[in-house]
Structures are given as structure tokens and as C-alpha cells.
Design a protein around this ligand. Structure first.
Ligand SMILES: [Zn+2]
Length: 332
């Protein structure tokens, strides 16, 4: 073997070792309920992409897919800064007491700010996650930005400032996209990449755009959990059925043909999403008080009702004006 080949092999061996052993790199705050991200590999470190931004710019709401499915990042919209906490590999933690400090650093118009605020309000109503403005004592926080590089977030708390990019208007046009990216920031991965997804859906590999097959890799079964929630077609973390399609044909097909719910909805949380958030952040009582039955985790009509309730826009101009003033204050 020549030295180049040896070097490549050596690099792969080292990388594999790092990826396999990195959970041991967590500090004392290590929380074993957070997912192992090593299956995402080096793809999570892609630089913000202007090409993605151009695709997202031409997206419109009549599209069958979501703008976060247009990205060249890991699984479309997961990206970490190049160097993580210890310079090793993407690692993640839960947010202490479910409090996620944030700062709006991008310039957004009122509609986009409304969408982001509405997304946070929905978290506050249905979960014990609390988004609050960053103060000087907050070392770790989410910076919400609006660069022309698509919709993306890292997963969980990574330490220091971490960005959630919401390229407007595409990434803010439906409240479900900010909710989706913030749910990544809270610590969740995509629903269709659950380790047991092959029991529920078929992946049509031949319909996937060449080079994007890894977006359908499955998460590690030993470190990810569905918190007792069955595979959830209506999760706000599920891709649309034609995500990353090369020919417009489905890439994700339910095994049970009676499952006719739309995959990839971005109208609001499913009941399962709420349960999972409250389980991760240890406040199942909140789920129980909302659903009336913490054991019932199917995502059916109730989630649809949640979506509908949360998407009633005010048509009163005075209310809209008041909201605009509030939002202007909210921005600063
Ligand atoms: Zn995503």
C-alpha cells in the first residue's frame, strides 16, 4: 500500500475511533438521554451554503417539500460550528431546567418575527421549555439569524453561542419551520431517521437524489429514544414524503397504506412531539394536563386540533398593529 492510502486508512481509523468514543468526552454535565450524533459523521460541519440559500429563496408555500429539506447540510438542516466544545466532534447537552436563552441577531420583518414568537409561544403553552431573552449571565444561548443559507440548527445545547438560521421568508412562512429548528436546538433529531423506522416506512432509495442517501441514515438505537411515543407520521420533525427526491416520486412510503396523514406537516406539534419534549425535559405532568391522558401517545385528531388552534391568525387590524409594536420591542 502506498503512503497516501495508508494515511487515508489511518485517518478513517482515527475518525472512527473518535466517533465511537466521543460520548466519553462529555464533561460532568453529560446526560445520557441525549442522542449520540456520531452517525451524522463529519457532514454536520458543513459551512453555511449560499447555494442552499438560493434554492430556499425560490421555494414557495405551494411546494410539496419543506424549505429545511433543501439544504446541503446533514439530513438537510443539521449543522454544527466547526469546532465543538472540546474540539472533537459534535456533542450535545440538554438545556438546564428547560430554559433556552435566545437573542434575535438577524434582521427579520414583522411577519417573520411574529412567526418566531408564535413558535415560542406554542412551546410555552404545551411544554415546559422556556425561551427567554439572553442576559449577560447566559453563556450558552441560541442566536436566531437570517442569512441566505437556508434553514438550519445544531442539535441540543452545544455550549456558547449557537445559531439557528431562519432564512426569511421561506423558513418563517409556516410556524412549523421555526418550531422544527427550535426542536433540533432543544435536542431532537428527525422522526423518519428513528432507528426502528424500517418497521413503519419504506425508503425508496432509487428515488433519492444522488449523493443525498446519507440523509436517510438511521440514528443509533443505543442512545436515541422515542420516549415511548410510537413512530409518528405527523411529527413536526418528520420529512415530507418526497424529501430529497430526484424525480418527484416519493422517497418515504408508509408500509401501512391506510396511513394517509400528510408526512412533513409544519402546522404545529403533534401530540407525540409534545410528549417527547416534556419527557426529555422531565415534566410529563405538563403533557398530562394538555392531553388528559399522558399514556396515550398516538398522534391523531388531537394533534390536528392543536395545529388548528395554533394557526388562527388575527384578522383584526388593531390587534395586528398592537402585535407589530410588541414585536418591534421584542426584536430589541
Ligand atoms: Zn430538521
Amino acid at each position: 500500500m502506498n503512503s497516501f492510502g495508508f494515511n487515508i486508512l489511518f485517518f478513517v481509523a482515527i475518525f472512527t475511533k473518535v466517533a465511537k468514543s466521543y460520548p466519553l468526552q462529555y464533561d460532568e454535565e453529560f446526560d445520557d438521554s441525549m442522542p449520540d450524533l456520531s452517525y451524522l459523521g463529519h457532514r454536520v460541519f458543513k459551512e453555511p451554503s449560499v447555494e442552499t440559500g438560493k434554492l430556499v429563496e425560490t421555494w414557495n408555500a405551494t411546494s410539496d417539500i419543506n424549505p429545511e429539506e433543501l439544504g446541503e447540510y446533514a439530513e438537510g438542516d443539521i449543522r454544527f460550528p466547526k469546532v465543538a466544545r472540546n474540539g472533537m466532534i459534535a456533542e450535545t447537552l440538554r438545556w438546564k431546567d428547560g430554559i433556552i436563552p435566545y437573542k434575535i441577531d438577524g434582521f427579520f420583518d414583522i411577519d417573520s418575527l411574529n412567526s418566531i414568537k408564535r413558535a415560542m409561544d406554542i412551546y410555552h403553552k404545551y411544554t415546559c421549555i422556556k425561551f427567554r431573552k439572553k442576559n449577560d449571565d447566559d453563556d450558552d444561548y441560541v442566536s436566531i439569524v437570517n442569512s441566505n443559507t437556508g434553514c438550519w440548527s445544531s442539535v441540543g445545547r452545544i455550549g456558547g453561542k449557537q445559531e439557528v438560521n431562519l432564512q426569511s421568508p421561506a423558513c418563517t412562512s409556516r410556524v412549523g419551520t421555526p418550531m422544527h429548528e427550535l426542536m433540533h436546538a432543544a435536542g431532537f433529531l428527525h422522526e423518519q431517521n428513528r432507528f426502528e423506522r424500517d418497521d413503519f416506512v419504506d425508503i425508496a432509495w432509487s428515488n433519492i437524489r444522488k449523493g443525498h442517501e446519507s440523509n436517510f441514515d438511521k440514528a443509533d438505537s443505543s442512545t436515541t429514544t422515542g420516549y415511548g411515543v410510537p413512530y409518528d407520521f405527523r411529527s413536526v420533525m418528520h420529512y415530507s414524503g418526497t424529501a430529497f427526491s430526484t424525480n418527484g416520486k416519493p422517497t418515504i412510503i408508509p408500509k401501512d397504506s391506510s396511513k394517509t396523514e400528510k408526512m412533513g406537516q409544519r402546522e404545529g406539534f403533534s401530540k407525540g412531539d409534545i410528549t417527547k419534549l416534556n419527557q426529555m425535559y422531565k415534566c410529563p405532568d405538563k403533557t398530562a394536563s394538555i392531553t388528559g391522558n399522558s399514556q396515550s401517545t398516538n398522534s391523531g385528531t388531537e394533534s390536528h386540533e392543536i395545529s388548528q388552534v395554533e394557526n388562527k391568525d388575527s384578522s383584526n387590524p388593531l390587534v395586528n398593529l398592537a402585535q407589530g409594536i410588541i414585536q418591534a420591542l421584542f426584536h430589541k
